[in-house]
Design a protein around this ligand. Structure first.
Ligand SMILES: *Cc1c(COP(=O)(O)O)cnc(C)c1O
Length: 220
């Protein structure tokens, strides 16, 4: 498993570099977030041993079980990328270096309160539901500008970017382009988009973070 994960990581990093160069961008301007959800701690350890230091988890509880021990050994960075319930926010603020799924005013309230209590401020990204899918997390497109402005004044420099997960069955390009444009308009430097199936397209559209799971750790 260790060799396989190291091989997969190398391949993904090569593909990121090629996609960046093809888009006239620098490979080092794109950060690979290795999505380790549902995978055992051994898989994360294998990725760390291969030099991968940035990880994404969907669930706060799972992340809280997997990462503290590894954190003592490696300078890793942990991102919470899944829909976040307000009752999990305090734990998220305690363990995460970035929360990529800020998507509603109530969650912003809870995060602000948790930051005050914990004395620790993760980087924050606003997730936008670019496809207007009712079952999906993310602030609605039409509400995005106002929510971004509110979060900017509330969180200041901690708000660094936008994130999206386009609809499964659509061409992701219009969604990626929309998100990158919206981030630029708001002066936000981080654009988190692209997964195993489409991270090269996302890079062509301006992604600065790509969140890749199965291409590294295998199917779930
Ligand atoms: C699972 C997940 C990913 C990674 O998906 P893969 O297709 O396995 O690369 C990226 N982002 C989010 C929000 C996810 O939930």
């Amino acid at each position: 498993m260790t060799d396989q994960i190291a091989d997969n990581l190398r391949r993904v990093q090569d593909r990121i570099a090629s996609a960046a160069i093809a888009a006239g961008r620098r490979p080092e301007d794109i950060t690979l977030v290795a999505v380790s959800k549902t995978k055992p701690i051994e898989a994360v350890a294998a990725a760390l041993a291969a030099g991968q230091m940035v990880f994404g988890e969907n669930r706060v509880q799972e992340a809280a079980v997997k990462f503290p021990e590894l954190r003592a050994k490696y300078p890793l960075s942990l991102h919470i990328i899944g829909g976040l319930q307000t009752n999990k926010v305090r734990d998220a603020v305690r363990i995460a270096d970035a929360i990529e799924s800020l998507d509603r005013p109530k969650l912003a309230d809870a995060i602000a309160a948790a930051i005050a209590r914990e004395g620790r401020t993760p980087k924050l990204l606003i997730e936008v539901n670019t496809g207007q899918e009712p079952q999906k997390s993310g602030i609605a497109r039409d509400d995005a500008d106002r929510f971004i402005d509110d979060c900017k004044s509330r969180f200041g420099e901690a708000l660094i970017g936008l994130m999206c997960v386009p609809p499964h069955d659509e061409d992701p390009r219009p969604h990626f382009t929309w998100l990158a444009d919206r981030a630029a308009r708001h002066g936000l430097a981080t654009v988190s988009m692209g997964m195993s199936a489409d991270f090269e397209i996302a890079i062509a559209c301006g992604a600065t973070w790509v969140r890749v799971g199965s291409a590294i750790f295998g199917s779930r």
